[in-house]
Design a protein around this ligand. Structure first.
Ligand code: BGC
Length: 382
């Protein structure tokens, strides 16, 4: 009796052990849900390797080559010294970007970090990547109408537009202008961000316009975010309005530069307040010199570094995006994309020192070249 009980117990133990071993040795290894085949999980202790692609949209705006690319590459190389980054810039050409993405996929990229020239057209790229089990990160601009977008990392872009418009309104109010006449120079109609900046700005400006407290006299969408195009638009506006412009909403520093060039060419003095975005070096200098009123500083380091971390996580199957997003999602027309959204900051002469300089985005030496010595002293930078 005792022997039979022992035998039954040992048989039960043996079958349990066999079942447990079987569970640990699946007959086929499923591909990780997040893609990343060909890489090695860093948590195993082995060095990770593999290729990823960084695809940026243009070069006329300085941020991409001077900040986004070098910061992303440095962070990614730090995380994964043996990995390869395939890099392309599309120079505002959306079909060139499609070819660059196809080339990256053919070349073995296991993750795409894509800042689309055209947010809608880029759905084709995300769909192709998904079909090859390659995860996609929408970098700075959302990719619309595809269910192949794993993450969106950007800023609160509607807040950018609100900051720009509110700063302009506050400045116009403080100068006592009654029913000021403004010109709006928006970004590229193919960029989803440009749509959000515009929406944010209108949410501040439209109620005032409705109450007769401000007039949006002219408004343009600027193809390719081109500064030259913005200059033409401003020229047209000045002609149509007989040079009576009290303020300019420019969606970024490149377009602000174009608008300011047009006003200088028309000998407008003093220049009215002009908004911007990106905290480009030239814009910070214009702000100190009193030619541009404000810019929006979007700290590119946390954006580019978070993108590098997400890309690394997706490559190695060690994905931490859920925690980084704090539960935020943004709908792209096809899916709710898990999103990391950072906070933009308005910068005027008064806080250049406490924002871009404090962060090391630009050093005092970079800003305060010979032409800006006095302006730098006045702003307490020197
Ligand atoms: C970016 C801006 C940039 C603009 C032009 C937008 O999508 O968010 O920072 O100035 O594109 O490249």
């Amino acid at each position: 009796m005792k022997h039979r009980l022992l035998l039954v117990l040992s048989l039960m133990l043996a079958s349990l052990l066999i079942a447990a071993c079987g569970a640990e040795t699946p007959t086929s290894t499923p591909a990780p849900a997040t893609g990343g085949s060909g890489s090695t999980d860093s948590s195993s202790g082995a060095a990770a390797s593999g290729k990823i692609a960084l695809l940026l949209p243009e070069t006329k705006t300085t941020r991409y080559e001077t900040a986004d690319r070098p910061i992303f590459e440095a962070k990614f190389k730090e995380l994964c010294p043996d990995c390869e980054i395939i890099y392309s810039n599309a120079n505002q050409d959306s079909s060139a970007q499609l070819s660059q993405a196809e080339a990256a996929l053919a070349n073995g990229a296991k993750v795409l970090v894509l800042d689309p020239v055209d947010s809608a057209a880029a759905s084709v790229i995300a769909d192709k990547a998904k079909a090859q089990n390659v995860p996609v990160i929408a970098y700075d601009r959302l990719i619309l109408n595809s269910d192949g977008v794993n993450y969106y990392i950007s800023f609160d872009n509607e807040a950018v537009g609100k900051l720009q418009a509110q700063s302009l309104v506050d400045q116009l109010n403080s100068s006592g202008a009654s029913n000021p006449q403004i010109v709006m120079i928006n970004g590229s109609p193919t960029d989803n961000n440009a749509k959000l900046f515009k929406q944010g700005a209108h949410s501040v400006l439209d109620p005032l316009a409705k109450d007769g407290k401000l007039t949006i006299a002219k408004e343009y969408d600027t193809p390719d975010w081109s500064p030259d195009q913005a200059q033409n638009e401003m020229q047209q506006a000045l002609t149509a309005l007989a040079n009576k412009v009290d303020g300019v909403y420019a969606a970024n520093d490149g377009t602000a530069g174009g608008a300011i060039a047009a006003m200088k060419a028309a000998a407008i003095s003093p220049l009215p307040p002009v908004t911007g975005q990106d905290a480009e070096l030239a814009a910070i200098q214009r702000i100190l010199a009193g030619e541009q009123f404000m810019t929006v500083y979007k700290a590119i380091r946390p954006e580019a570094e978070a993108a590098a971390e997400l890309a690394y996580g997706l490559l190695t199957g060690n994905d931490k995006g859920g925690a980084m997003s704090e539960g935020k999602t943004v709908n792209n027309g096809k899916m709710d994309v898990v999103s990391v959204l950072l906070t933009p900051i308005a910068v005027t002469k008064a806080n250049v020192k406490d924002t871009v300089v404090k962060d090391g985005f630009w050093s005092v030496d970079q800003i305060c070249t010979a032409d800006y010595e006095q302006a730098c002293k006045d702003a307490g930078l020197k």
